[in-house]
Ligand binder design. Structure first.
Ligand code: NAD
Length: 385
């Protein structure tokens, strides 16, 4: 039987353990914090009970999955792992220590992976003596429910490592996409305007939170509006991701964070978890009414959509991932109603270029520059598909 070791029994680690054990792997999950290990073990038991109650799996299967997962404070159990996935705090210094120690406690052919969302894999790989066996395996939260996994080879990664990681993840019932080791990989890069452009629309006083959310959901078909989603993710988390992406792109204005969100974080308006974010989540609070004006709604939707399309087109232009993988990443990693490149074809490449150039003309900000790929395609009369 193949064996996975997971380091870090937090939100992601425990989800990854469940996914692998469900696929029949033996799993060891390690954390430095014994309380976390105990809590995670209890919560995993509850998840399994719920799956049995909902008749998604039977009791015998649930028992087998739980039997396959061992919780330990001791790293020596990593010894005969085929794969190790690190899912500890997002801190380079701490990761460095952990990776140096992992390599000493596993076989020479064990594949070693990181679930990092924002750190450079080339940097993490450099902590290993043999980085050719190292790779990024980026799950989405909650790992057992989200079908997408981004596979990110570092500069040092061997082709065989990438192929093996992809095969294993596919055997765990995950849809894999291949992304270049660049900030935000595919999803967290391409999705930036969903938040950033919505915040900008609000800051320009074009519409309030509720109206922007209404437009994106009702007219765009997105499952959640940007402000609802930021409240759900937590403004602190979402702000830090934006700030990190902005810094990592050498301060490209396209990714500039917003003062509105910064002030929300400073005020402690973190979203659902603090009871107040863009919306009030206290008991009995009324949700503000949106202005259901279709003309205004389309203005909001199309401005945000064209910025998302521009980001997706630029990711393809810069060879971050393939056309299919960019569309799969956004529909399966963040539940977009349609792939953005497919959407671009539907709206027309000429429409996209005209809309972006219109924004650029109006604001004269580099943020609204049209991707050279869209411009080139427009000239050639091409489509993505
Ligand atoms: N939460 C998400 O939505 C999400 C999604 C994708 C990727 N990630 C990435 O996954 C990683 C983990 O995120 P999370 O949300 O599960 O964090 P978390 O805070 O829920 O869990 C991290 C766990 O790591 C443990 N830990 C810290 N230092 C350790 C060490 N030296 N050895 C062993 N365990 C240690 C902590 O005790 C904690 O239980 C991060 O790199 C993050 O960027 C998070």
């Amino acid at each position: 039987m193949l064996k996975l070791s997971v380091i870090g029994a937090g939100t992601m680690g425990i989800g990854i353990a469940q996914v692998a054990a469900t696929a029949g792997w033996d799993v060891v999950i390690h954390d430095i914090n014994n309380d976390t290990l105990e809590k995670s073990s209890v919560s995993l038991g509850k998840v399994m009970n719920r799956l049995v109650e909902k008749e998604k799996i039977n009791q015998a299967t649930a028992d087998k999955i739980l039997e396959r997962i061992n919780f330990t404070e001791d790293r020596q159990y990593f010894e005969d792992s085929d794969l190790v996935i690190e899912a500890i705090v997002e801190n380079m210094e701490i990761k460095k220590k952990v990776f140096e120690a992992i390599e000493k406690s596993v076989r020479k052919d064990t594949i070693i992976a990181s679930n990092t969302s924002s750190l450079s894999l080339a940097s993490i790989g450099s902590f290993l003596e043999n980085p050719s066996r190292f790779i990024g395996i980026h799950f989405f939260n909650p790992a057992p429910l989200m079908p997408l996994v981004e596979i990110i080879p570092a500069m040092q990664t061997a082709e065989e490592t990438t192929r093996q990681a992809k095969d294993w993840l596919n055997s765990w019932n995950k849809l894999t996409v291949l992304a270049k080791d660049t900030p935000g990989f595919i999803v967290n890069r391409v999705a930036r305007p969903f938040y950033g452009e919505s915040l900008r629309i609000y800051e320009e006083n074009i519409a309030d939170f509720a109206t922007i959310d209404w437009a994106m959901k009702e007219l765009g078909g997105f499952r959640m509006g940007p402000f609802e989603l930021m409240d759900f993710i937590g403004n602190d988390i979402n702000y830090v991701v934006t700030e990190t992406v902005f810094q990592s792109f050498f301060y490209d204005s396209r990714y500039r964070p917003s003062f509105t969100q910064k002030r929300m974080v400073e005020a402690g308006f973190l979203g659902r978890k603090s009871g107040q974010g863009y919306y009030d989540y206290s008991e009995g609070a009324n949700k503000p009414e949106s202005i259901r004006d279709e003309k205004l709604g389309n203005k909001i939707l199309y401005r945000t959509l064209v910025m998302l399309i521009n980001e997706a087109a630029d990711a393809l232009f810069l060879n971050i991932a393939s056309r299919e993988d960019i569309d799969t990443a956004m529909t399966k990693g963040v539940n977009y109603p349609k792939g953005l490149l497919k959407w671009a074809d539907e709206k027309g490449i000429g429409w996209c270029v005209e809309k972006l150039d219109g924004l650029y003309e109006e604001y004269r900000e580099d943020r609204y520059r049209c991707s050279p790929l869209l411009r080139r395609m427009n000239k050639g009369g091409n489509t993505f598909y």
